[in-house]
Every structure is written in C-alpha cells, then in structure tokens.
Design a protein around this ligand. Structure first.
Ligand code: B12
Ligand code: SF4
Length: 501
C-alpha cells in the first residue's frame, strides 16, 4: 500500500513572499510513519514544474492512495484540479481530500469534483490511519468514522463525527525530514532568512462568528505541552538552523500555564530563537505579569485579532473583548517592549466612510504591523450561514475567500470592486505615512528589516502595478492549471479541460 500526500500547486503567500510546508501535513506524515505505512510527501508548490511533476509522478509510481490537503478555502480549486489530474493520470488511484473547507463543505466538494473519492471530515491522523488499513484489507469503509463520500447511486454518505485526539502530546514530532526545508521559498523573508511557520495547538475556546478554526475544532482547545514544544524547537535549531517563527496557534496562551511553561522551557534551553505569537486582548491583560518573561524567552511580537474600533461591531461578531481592553492591551505590550500587530476587519454591513477614517486613526497610533482584512464568510462558520441567509454573499468564487477580496457588499457600498478599492486605499494610506516610512530606520532590527522588506518589495510592487500596470509578483515556477493543460496539449483527454477550476 503506497500513500502519497499532496499539497497541490499554489501561489506562495504573495503578501510576504513566504511559504511553509503545511504543519498539518507534517503532523499527518509523522503519524503515518509511526504506523509504518509506505508514505511520501509532495509539496508541489516547491517543484520546478508543479503540475507536470505531479502528473509524471502519478503516471510513473501509481500510488494506491493519494491524499490531497486543502488548508484554506481559497485553495479548494487547486485541490480539485490536482484530483482531476491525478485521476486522469491513473484512474485506479484512490483520492482522499482533507482540511477545513472540504470538511465543512463535504457534499458540495464531492459533487463538484467527482475525481475525489473520499473526504476526511475533521482531524486527520486517526481517520486516515483507519482508512488506509481498511482500503488495504478491503474492509467496509462505512465503519470508518469521519469519512464522507458519494455511494454508488451518488447519494451523500457521512460516517459520523470522529472524536478529537485526546492529547496532542500523543502525536510524534512533525516529519520535517520529509519536507524540503532548504528550499528558498521555505522562509519568512520579512522576518529573517531562517523563518518558519509552526503549530503547537488546535482550536480556540472562543466563538467569534467569522472564525473557521473555532468552528472546525468545535470551540475546543488542545495544546502540546511546553516540554515537547521546546524539544521540537531545539530540533529545528540543531538540525535545520531555524531561529525565527510565526507560531500558527490561533491563541497561544488560552491557559496561563501554557505561557508560564513556554517561558520556563525557553529560558532553560537558551536556544536564542525568536517568536511571533497570537493572542487575544483580554488574555494579554490577564497575563500582564508574564509579558517580560515572554520577551526574555524570545517573543518579539504579539498579534491580536483586534478587528474593529467599535463595541457594537465587536459584539456583533462575538469577539468578546471591548475597545477599552484592546487599547490597554496594545499599551501594555508597548510598555513591556513587545511589538504589536493587530489584524483588523473592514467591510461590515453597517460600516460608514467615517467609521473607516476613525478606524484608521485609532489603530494607526499603536500598531507596529497591521494585518488588514475584508470580513469574509468562510464556509462552515456561523457568519457564513448568517450572511447566506441574508443574501449578502455576492461572489461565490472561493478563490476570492482569502480575506483580501470583498465577496459581500456593505449597506453603503454595493459594488465589490469599490470595496476592494477602499481596502487598497486604506493600505496605501497606512503604509505611505511618514510614520511608517520612518520605521525603515528603526533601531529595532526586526521592525526595521520588516518594513524595509515590505516597503521595497511588496508595497513598491503594488504601487508600480497600480500606476504602470506592471504585474503583481508571483513566484517564477507558478503556473495556472489551465495553462499547463494547454501546454501539454494532446497528452491529456479533452474532457479534462471542461473540469478546470
Ligand atoms: C501554516 C499556515 C499557512 C501557510 C500555508 C502552508 C501550506 N503549505 O499550505 C502560509 C503561512 C503560507 C499561509 C498563508 C495563508 N493562510 Co494560512 N494558516 C496556516 C496555519 C497557521 C496553520 C495550518 C495548520 O497546519 N494547522 C494545523 C493542522 C493540524 O490543522 P489542519 O491544517 O487543518 O490539518 C488537519 C486536518 O484539517 C486534516 N487534514 C488536512 N489536510 C489533510 C489531507 C488529508 C488527505 C487528510 C486525510 C486530512 C487532512 O488533518 C490535519 C491534522 O489533523 C493556519 C491556522 C491554524 N492554526 O490552523 C492558517 C490558516 C489555514 N490560513 C488561513 C488563511 C486565510 C491564509 C491566507 C489566505 C491569508 C492571507 N490573507 O493571505 C494565506 C494564503 C496563502 C497564499 N498562497 O496566498 C486561514 C484559512 C481559513 C479558511 N478556512 O480559508 C487559517 C485557518 C488561519 C485563520 N484562522 O484565518 N497559511
Ligand atoms: S479568538 Fe481568534 S481563534 Fe478564537 S474564535 Fe476568535 S478569531 Fe477564532
């Protein structure tokens, strides 16, 4: 039984020109490796010719089962295109897809892409293990919890919820040895050359209406214990020379003990690594006494989802913090010499131009980095169902569900393109302020490096695009699937062209 896990070809993260092997995939692979399956991993984004290499691999090696990961809603068509290509290259290969979006939209995804045989709904490790064993032994797949598929008559079948893994400490260290850790895309150039995105917990205890993570993990939170986190970080230092990290955990310090344990471990290990952590305003206030410890343990910045400057909007999206708490948290982080990043959401239904101007003044004063997003109804979230019901979703092309494109109108702005322009205008006004420009001379090396990188590479590229129409940067090996099909001409059946997403 040969299993190939595929991360289909994507654009890399163009905002920061960064990529990372999916932490979820590396975790799945480590688990399957421990179960002694014959496995391989192909992160197509890092291949010289992503689609061609994938097709050739399938034709040549004919794996029995291929798993396709879909980490973001915006990537679902890449996953479907990969499934179609794989099925055409070897119709006998069984395809199973996993990730948040296909889990939430299992029936729609299966109907939309018949090349996908199964969807793993929810957490993958145990479901995939049982699935592979069942396929190998030709057992009844309807007994494997967490699977969705269409039966022989095209009827949707869901085998039932798979309980969450009790303790993340039972999972092995992610299979970094199967990833191309030295590939030039695998970095965080805005933070430093040896950057990486890592993940140590799953879920969150809050229930912000727009959040797919909280929906996927059903408002639960599990974490790896600090000792195992530190072991993994040591491995990343010693074997891969990695020293600066975006920690993907949505809310790092849900429990105070997690922060305390992390600080103790990192102070003990003295690995001299640096961390960007995510948290909530109320938790920063609760853990004020730990902030110096976090800094000494290597944390340089906290990112908080502060979202908006009005308590009415915060209440609407069930953020469960107040504007007052947001301000205090930003001030506290500054006081303890930690950098502040805020992610913010615009495009709310009742939003006015005045709100947007105030918003800008409000956050512009405090934040070092600014993550501006357009509120997006991610499938599976309460916000999605609410907006669908109200008929406010205007764009159903999931490629645009990346927080950077408007897919819903607002009361005052019906036209989505107009909202996109408003978004870009805020970004422009923010980054071209003298206050931001001066940060390229900041005595803080991380801030200085980030702003130099961002302004010279990203903002400048966008400005040239807007003034002279020069193309927006994408990595040189990126190829649209349909372009690949055209290029490969007769090699693929004509019907495939009709399935291109
Ligand atoms: C790493 C990461 C990235 C990496 C991508 C790496 C990659 N190779 O895809 C980078 C940094 C590049 C990135 C970028 C973006 N990301 Co991102 N990212 C993450 C992050 C931090 C970790 C994902 C992860 O591994 N989680 C941990 C694992 C355990 O969970 P998992 O991936 O869901 O996998 C489990 C199951 O889903 C299942 N499973 C998954 N795949 C498969 C496959 C098979 C076969 C099976 C059986 C099971 C299975 O099993 C896994 C283990 O149990 C998450 C946040 C988070 N904490 O999850 C956001 C997250 C996935 N990103 C998100 C977004 C929106 C983006 C961006 C669009 C942001 C932006 N506006 O630019 C960009 C898009 C990139 C681009 N090309 O432009 C959202 C997605 C929301 C959604 N539903 O669409 C998330 C959830 C963050 C958030 N809460 O908003 N991201
Ligand atoms: S606090 Fe963050 S991770 Fe938690 S539910 Fe809200 S948006 Fe999601």
């Amino acid at each position: 039984m040969r299993f190939l896990l595929v991360d289909p070809p994507h654009k890399i993260w163009t905002i920061l020109r960064a990529w990372t092997p999916s932490p979820g995939c590396l975790q799945l692979l480590a688990y399957l490796e421990r179960e002694q399956f014959d496995i391989e991993y192909m992160d197509c984004t890092l291949n010289e010719n992503p689609w061609k290499d994938l097709e050739e691999k399938i034709r040549k090696e004919k794996p029995d089962v291929v798993g396709i990961t879909v980490i973001c809603t915006a990537f679902v068509y890449d996953g479907m295109n990969a499934a179609n290509l794989i099925k055409a290259a070897n119709p006998k290969t069984i395809i199973i897809m996993g990730g948040e979006h296909p889990s939430f939209m299992a029936e729609e995804t299966l109907q939309d892409c018949p090349a996908i045989d199964y969807i793993c709904v929810g957490e993958g490790e145990i479901t995939l293990t049982e699935f592979l064993h069942a396929v190998e032994k030709k057992e009844d797949l309807s007994k494997v919890l967490g699977l969705a598929y269409l039966d022989g008559r095209g009827k949707f079948v869901y085998t039932g919820d798979r309980p969450f893994i009790e303790s993340l400490d039972s999972l092995p260290i992610p299979a970094y040895h199967l990833a191309k850790m030295e590939h030039p895309f695998v970095t965080l150039p805005s933070e430093g050359k040896r950057g990486l995105v890592i993940n140590f917990s799953r879920g969150c205890l809050w229930d912000c209406t727009f959040c797919s993570e909280s929906a996927f993990y059903k408002k639960t939170w599990r974490r790896r214990s600090p000792k195992l986190i530190a072991d993994e970080l040591e491995l990343l230092k010693e074997k891969y020379n990695r020293d600066i990290f975006y920690v993907g955990d949505n809310t790092f310090n849900v429990a105070r003990e997690q922060g305390i344990g992390f600080i103790e471990e990192m102070l003990k290990r003295k690995t001299n690594q640096h961390f960007w952590l995510q948290s909530r305003a109320d938790l920063i206030l609760r853990d004020e006494d730990l902030l110096d410890g976090f800094r000494e343990a290597g944390v340089y910045q906290f990112m908080m989802g502060l979202e908006y400057h009005s308590d009415t909007v915060l209440k609407d999206i069930k953020k469960r913090h107040t504007v007052e708490q947001a301000i205090k948290a930003m001030e506290l982080l500054k006081k303890h010499k930690l950098m502040v990043m805020a992610t913010l959401l615009i495009g709310h239904w009742n939003e006015t131009e005045r709100d947007r101007n105030d918003f800008f003044k409000f956050f512009g004063k405090y934040v070092d980095h600014f993550g501006l997003n357009l509120i997006t109804p991610l499938p599976g979230t309460p916000f999605f169902y609410q907006m669908k019901e109200l008929g406010r979703i205007k764009d159903w092309d999931y490629r645009n569900y990346d927080y950077l494109h408007a897919v819903m109108s607002a009361k005052e702005v019906d036209d989505l393109e107009q909202l996109n322009l408003i978004y870009r205008d805020i970004m422009r006004r923010y980054y071209w302020r003298p206050r931001e420009m001066l940060k390229i001379f900041s005595p803080n090396p991380i801030l200085r490096h980030h702003h130099r990188y961002y302004i010279t590479k990203v903002a400048f590229n966008i400005m040239m695009h807007e003034i002279f129409g020069t193309p927006i940067w994408v990595q040189p090996n990126y190829q649209e699937y349909k372009d690949y099909l055209v290029e490969s001409g007769e090699a693929l059946p004509k019907e495939l062209m009709a399935l291109v997403k």
